[in-house]
Design a protein around this ligand. Structure first.
Ligand SMILES: [Zn+2]
Length: 86
């Protein structure tokens, strides 16, 4: 068991309690920090790229959700067919 990794994860979870969404880029960052580490050093073009990347990530998550929905629907259909054939 990786105790160090577990501890690091615990600290990460603890840190997330202080997270708040950035008004500029929408990403979460530590509210105790004065500037957002994601977009703080970025100009308008850099911010645009960051947001485009974020959108791509969310699209990926959405398609993943659709796949799980499809799997769920197929499983439900199998259960229904099994139930009806009883
Ligand atoms: Zn930001």
């Amino acid at each position: 068991m990786d105790l160090g990794g577990l501890l690091a994860r615990g600290f990460l979870l603890k840190d997330q309690l202080h997270d708040k969404p950035c008004e500029r880029c929408g990403l979460l960052y530590d509210a105790r920090e004065s500037a957002c580490p994601h977009c703080g050093g970025l100009d308008a073009a850099g911010l645009h790229m960051l947001l485009a990347e974020k959108d791509r990530e969310q699209e990926g998550n959405a398609s993943m959700g659709r796949i799980f929905l499809l799997i769920g629907a197929v499983l439900a259909a199998f259960v229904l067919v099994g139930f009806l054939s009883l």
